[in-house]
Design a protein around this ligand. Structure first.
Ligand SMILES: NC(=O)c1ccc[n+]([C@@H]2O[C@H](COP(=O)([O-])OP(=O)(O)OC[C@H]3O[C@@H](n4cnc5c(N)ncnc54)[C@H](OP(=O)(O)O)[C@@H]3O)[C@@H](O)[C@H]2O)c1
Length: 216
């Protein structure tokens, strides 16, 4: 597949893009600045041997050729970006890994999102796109290291069964246990919020924790 990554200059977009490209998918790193996107693509390219192609461009310029679009920008910036891209994203499959989190004296916590979750907010901003939520619990440093996939699952939720299955299949190249059907898009609220708990665990145990679904 050809996967465009909006905000691909950040650690999460870069890490997921690295794993997609290692597995043979073509990726395009997107940014508000084509130069920043090119610098990130140049950084990744030498690390992808026998994998997919690594392209780059301004966010708006990488959408047309893509089979999938990964949204990997901070929650605070997503609505403005998505509204500006609503037309080119119409009819397209958009994956959200966005976690709406705040940090205070007690540590990380889930922010209240009027639409329910960041993914549902994306669905409202992009009424003509299909939104699937996934990859919220994978740690960017783990994705970016040269090593085997971590023993964890990827919870995938969405309202379009075919699109959701496509991302469940894709998740197999990002985590050892692959993707798990986590229900409709409204479940993104719980999935996104769980990230605050994992970050707290990481801090307490100096670890990179993840979710592994047992009993399947
Ligand atoms: N980091 C993790 O381990 C991790 C794990 C799971 C999920 N996530 C989620 O994945 C998303 C990306 O995480 P990240 O750590 O890579 O984030 P980040 O570094 O803060 O942001 C990613 C990229 O988004 C772009 N960006 C920043 N502010 C923007 C705005 N207002 N409008 C449009 N674009 C903006 C920037 O690219 P340009 O300046 O080049 O445009 C930036 O490099 C977040 O929603 C996060 O919650 C992160």
């Amino acid at each position: 597949m050809h996967i465009a990554i909006l905000g691909g200059t950040g650690p999460q977009g870069k890490g997921l893009g690295f794993r997609f490209a290692l597995a043979g998918h073509d990726i395009a790193i997107g940014s508000r600045s084509a130069d920043r996107a090119a610098a990130t693509a140049d950084e990744l390219r030498p690390r992808i041997v026998d994998g997919g192609a690594v392209g780059s461009g301004a966010n708006i310029d990488i959408i047309d050729d893509a089979d999938l679009i990964l949204l990997s920008v901070p929650y605070e910036g997503q609505v403005d970006l998505l509204r500006s891209l609503a037309e080119p994203l119409a009819g397209r499959l958009v994956i959200s890994c966005v976690n709406p989190l705040g940090f205070d004296g007690k540590g990380p916590h889930a922010l209240a999102v009027p639409e329910g979750s960041a993914a549902e907010q994306a669905a409202v901003a992009l009424p003509d796109s299909t939104i699937v939520a996934a990859f919220h619990h994978l740690s960017a440093p783990s994705l970016l290291e040269d090593g085997p996939l971590h023993d964890e699952s990827v919870l995938v939720c969405g309202d379009d069964a075919e699109a959701k299955q496509q991302i469940i299949d894709l998740a197999a190249v990002t985590a050892l246990r692959g993707g798990v059907d986590a229900g409709p898009l409204r479940n993104a609220q719980q999935i996104e919020a769980m990230t605050a708990v994992l970050i707290g665990i990481n801090k307490a145990y100096k670890a990179r924790s993840g979710i592994a679904i047992a009993g399947l």
